[in-house]
Design a protein around this ligand. Structure first.
Ligand code: ADP
Ligand code: ZN
Length: 608
């Protein structure tokens, strides 16, 4: 179709004609040049940066079929669908294929009738598939979600390890590895394990400027969640919970509150799980409550929020999960509630796992790094990016601490009291009991252990128990104390505590914001993707959205594969009156214009 037998298409022409975009973003052009000219590439861009184009465009420019290795079958289906909508000849080969479809795809492949083929890593490694590929002209291999090859990541998949074979078996074919996981360990693993030492490495900033970060202290989490969701009426998003039970309870409860929510976790029957995922992709207004089993490879561009009801295990996990919001570049929210209980729970999970001590140590350090971000009084974005080794000037203006700066207080004396309580009681108690001791709250236990007689008993009466909770969390985040799970969650002092006791180091703590019911939704501006449109244009946008929904239903595809929101917004504000004018709109390529142009132009006309 695109490629006259011998000539190669020009990348920019492909971008314009097929995708309807006017220019490459960031380093896309550099990656594409490298691969079109036959070189290997490692592409480390954040979610939403446009990695797919980095392999799709070269596959269309080079002769032969581009083989894309992707871990999840359900998502391949959507990617293939999106490509077909663009008029690209794409197919998937995986275990869900019927015998008939398999044969048809295989025939199309051998006849050179496919531009892109999506396969799972398991299949690529089979002798039969390797054999078949030998007879094909292959444009490139793209290994998506390449961090799965690394044990350092949280998505390790042993099947990825066998992909190093491609280097030897197909020496002249360019190979690319793509991921949104940035940490240096994972990066080195990808390069080494996938035999990409000669590849050009492309990185960009990992900042996601359109995502607003917000982390609040847990008070009444359900109330807090409802407040948060009230900012996102008519939009889709994900709510992450740690346990399957909590996923189900939360989804059920949200439905009783008038919010359409579905559950997703690995313990559900496959059909139900797949149906819920499908609904999430296809519906415009749905809250998916999920464990971390959900999300990898989801390329729904209009996820407007990601909420965490429980703390993830690391900054990497937090960033990857929140990164699923706002792929389309429009404003999106990453919101989390967290409290002391998370720290205890996460820590216990690490200690009880069967992992080696060395791994547990790394896991604890990872958890602590995330705590540091939760407890920072400075710009969250700056703290997050610093974790990935990236400098950011701070004061991003788009995180909670920037939008409403937190006050800090000199907590040195309080820290000394809090740590003295740990020390005097023999490093054997958790925060709850220590706070009873500090505030002079007589209980059966303070009595039984003789703590009421100690000088620290009641020494912190002037500070509220809730503030003491916050002090202990911040001491944990600063690495001055730790939770010992072998000792049932007892707090223990770390090396650094000494300098504080000796007044060699002073400490500033953030003042916890009192969760005042609706405060957050009332005082903050609505983070609305279409807020920039005039009222009239918004009403046209809604009409265009209805046209899209109807088409999507008819074709049984997710609405965004017809046109993303960004395109609808451009249509609503530019109101093209002809096919030629519509072709100027970002995201309108030739095939889509042909298929859907008339219907959207009609909607615009009818709107006068
Ligand atoms: P990633 O895989 O890096 O997370 P995607 O490939 O899904 O990102 O791209 C994110 C969004 O950006 C998609 O909707 C895509 O169509 C859009 N996009 C990518 N490249 C461009 C470009 N050069 N111009 C306009 N939009 C683009
Ligand atoms: Zn900020």
């Amino acid at each position: 179709m695109l490629l006259p037998e011998l000539t190669l298409a020009e990348p920019l022409a492909v971008l314009k004609e097929i995708y309807g975009y006017s220019e490459f973003r960031g380093k896309q052009a550099a990656v594409i040049d490298q691969v079109v000219s036959g070189g290997d590439a490692v592409v480390l861009f954040p979610t939403g940066a446009g990695k797919s184009l980095c392999y799709q465009v070269p596959a269309l420019c080079r002769k032969g079929v581009g083989v894309v290795i992707s871990p999840l079958i359900a998502l391949m289906r959507d990617q293939v669908e999106a490509l077909k909508q663009l008029g690209v000849r794409a197919a998937a080969m995986n275990s869900s294929l019927s015998q008939e479809d398999f044969i048809a795809t295989r025939r199309a492949l051998t006849r050179g009738e496919l531009d892109l083929l999506y396969v799972t890593p398991e299949r690529v490694a089979t002798a039969g598939f390797m054999e078949m590929m030998r007879d094909l002209q292959i444009a490139l291999f793209a290994i998506d979600e390449a961090h799965c090859v690394s044990q350092w990541g949280h998505d390790f998949r042993p099947e990825y390890r066998a992909l190093d074979r491609l280097a030897e078996a197909f020496p002249g074919v360019p190979r690319m590895a793509l991921t949104a996981t940035a940490d240096p360990h994972t990066r080195e693993d990808i390069i080494e394990r996938l035999a990409l030492t000669n590849a050009a490495v492309f990185t960009t900033s990992f900042d996601r400027p359109n995502i607003t970060y917000e982390i609040v202290e847990r008070a009444q989490p359900r109330r807090q969640l409802l407040d948060f969701l009230s900012r996102h009426k008519g939009e889709s998003g994900i709510v992450y919970c740690l346990s399957r039970a909590k996923v189900e309870e939360t989804a059920e409860w949200l439905n009783t509150q008038g919010i359409r929510a579905l559950a997703y976790h690995a313990g559900m029957a496959r059909e139900v799980r797949d149906a819920n995922q499908d609904a999430f992709l296809k519906e415009d207004e749905l809250c998916l409550v999920a464990t971390v089993a959900f999300g990898m490879g989801i390329d729904k561009p209009d996820v407007r929020y990601v909420a965490h009801l429980d703390l993830p295990g690391s900054v990497e996990a937090y960033y990857q999960e929140t990164g699923r919001a706002g792929r389309d570049g429009l404003p999106a929210d990453a919101w989390m509630v967290y409290g002391m209980a998370d720290v205890t729970q996460r820590g216990r999970m690490i200690d009880r796992s069967a992992a080696a001590d060395e791994i547990k140590r790394v896991e604890r350090a990872k958890l602590n790094a995330l705590l540091g971000i939760c407890e920072t009084a400075d710009c969250r974005r700056q703290a997050i990016l610093a974790h990935f080794g990236e400098k950011h000037g701070g004061r991003c203006g788009n995180c909670d601490t920037c939008l409403s700066p937190v006050e800090t207080w000199d907590g040195t004396e309080a820290a000394i009291k809090a740590m003295a309580a740990i020390y005097r009681t023999g490093e054997r108690f958790g925060a709850g009991h220590l706070i009873d001791v500090l505030t002079g709250n007589e209980t059966e236990r303070t009595e039984r252990f003789g703590h009421t007689a100690m000088p620290v008993f009641g020494a912190g009466k002037d500070i509220a128990p809730k503030t003491w909770q916050s002090v202990y969390r911040q001491l944990l985040a600063k690495g001055l104390i730790r939770v010992d799970h072998e000792a049932y969650g007892a707090l223990k002092l770390e090396e650094g505590a000494r300098a504080v006791f000796r007044h060699e180091q002073s400490l500033r703590f953030r003042v916890d914001r009192a969760p005042k019911g609706k405060a957050s939704s009332g005082t903050r501006k609505r983070n609305d993707a279409k807020a920039a449109l005039s009222e009239q244009d918004q009403s046209l946008f809604e009409a265009l959205r209805a046209t899209r929904t109807a088409l999507a239903k008819e074709l049984a595809v997710p609405p965004y594969v017809i046109f993303p929101d960004t395109t609808l917004i451009a249509l609503a504000s530019h109101r093209p009156g002809s096919a030629e004018a519509m072709l100027e709109i970002q995201g309108v390529g030739k095939t889509k214009l042909q298929r859907y142009g008339a219907e959207f132009l009609d909607t615009i006309r009818a709107h006068g």
